[in-house]
Design a binder for this molecule. Structure first.
Ligand SMILES: [Zn+2]
Ligand SMILES: [Zn+2]
Length: 136
């Protein structure tokens, strides 16, 4: 299923939000995540600071995003802020969700094979997975 990037209903289509949306959507795909195929009901009473649920569209970095991990098939609810690279002194690549069987350096070969199986390029940041694939 291919659908273009869309914002959660609580976010207005401001230039800033639309710009974040493009970046977030690309990152979500890069990590092998996709939106749920069944729409997720927007949480009731969601505010900037409090939210009990997860959103179907890109919700900004402060709300959870209801996604599917295409690598392992798990339905996950993640903060976009956790999907970004950590910059600075303690830089680190983005991690997969907790408990993901494709997470970490030890699963690099399995992860590389799975990216290929689902037709996604191995992300540039995933040097462990890239190293696991012979390149000529
Ligand atoms: Zn929310
Ligand atoms: Zn997973």
């Amino acid at each position: 299923m291919t659908t273009g990037p869309f914002l959660s209903s609580h976010l207005r289509a401001t230039p800033r939000n639309l710009e974040s949306l493009q970046a977030a959507w690309a990152r979500m795909h890069e990590l092998g995540y996709s939106p749920r195929t069944t729409p997720v009901a927007e949480p009731e009473g969601c505010t900037r600071t409090r939210c009990a649920g997860a959103h179907h569209g890109y919700p900004g970095s402060e709300h959870r995003w209801a996604l599917v991990d295409e690598l392992c098939g798990a339905e996950i609810e993640v903060y976009y802020s956790h999907m970004r690279d950590r910059k600075g002194a303690n830089s680190a690549p983005p991690r997969r969700h907790k408990g993901c069987p494709y997470s970490g350096p030890a699963n690099a070969i399995k992860r590389a094979a799975r990216y290929i199986e689902i037709g996604r390029p191995i992300p540039a940041w995933d040097t462990d997975a890239r190293a696991a694939v012979p390149t000529d």
